[in-house]
Write a protein that binds this ligand. Structure first.
Ligand SMILES: [Zn+2]
Length: 230
């Protein structure tokens, strides 16, 4: 098991066409990510307009089967619902079927999730535990590298578009703490609209890459790494 005291993980949601370019950058710098997918929406026919900036297309399943090979696949709700608005049985059904379909399509065991809209409630936490999901992510930045203690209420360090990320990168790289530090960055690839946006993201990746003291890992690998410090 990896005994480095710094771990870096990424998490991107929704499984959209822009993930192709994103994965190219992550792979170029040896960074690891978890992709949270909605199995009912895996077709280019599912589109939406992102703030009048661009038309976003979900990926066809056939296009992403090999794309995410070096990364982790996790649930994001079968139809990307707000679980707080669904009853128990419908929520259970949505997560159960999403997990089953993704496990079958990607031939893997799914252990993680990101909450659609970052929303969850007591009922959803209970269902996830029943279905063997060990961690699930919200959308509220902690601006911290502290290891989370409630894995089904995991919150990220920050979103990659937040200006605080540059200070956090410096703090993370320069830290010589003997305590374990987890840097958890999340986002959506469709938010990278202009060439400048893509360049900013690539600069973030470059700055964090190729460091001997950082463990580059998917979300589930980060969870397993954390357990070695318990
Ligand atoms: Zn989403």
């Amino acid at each position: 098991m990896n005994k480095k005291t710094k771990a870096l993980t990424f998490s991107f949601d929704d499984g959209v066409l822009d993930d192709e370019r994103l994965v190219g950058i992550l792979d170029k710098y040896g960074l690891k990510c978890t992709f949270n997918l909605n199995s009912a929406l895996m077709s280019n026919r599912n589109t939406w307009n992102y703030n009048n900036k661009k038309l976003v297309l979900h990926m066809n399943y056939t296009d992403c089967i090999n794309l995410y090979e070096k990364h982790e696949i996790a649930c994001h709700g079968y139809t990307h619902p707000d679980f707080s608005k669904l009853d128990y049985n419908t929520t259970y059904n949505d997560i159960y079927i999403d997990k089953k379909i993704l496990e079958s399509l990607f031939d893997c065991k799914i252990k993680g999730m990101a909450y659609p809209f970052g929303v969850y409630d007591e009922k959803t936490l209970k269902i996830l535990a029943e279905l063997g999901i060990v961690y699930s992510r919200g959308v509220h930045s902690t601006y911290s590298f502290e290891l989370p203690n409630k894995l089904l209420e995991l919150e990220p360090t920050c979103h990659y578009r937040e200006k605080e990320i540059y200070r956090l990168i410096d703090d993370f790289i320069n830290s010589s703490s003997s305590e374990p530090l987890l840097f958890y960055i999340w986002g959506h690839s469709y938010e990278l609209v202009t060439e400048d946006d893509w360049q900013d993201f690539e600069n973030i990746c470059k700055k964090l890459s190729n460091r001997d003291d950082i463990y580059y890992c998917t979300n589930i690998e980060a969870i397993e790494w954390m357990k070695t410090f318990e």
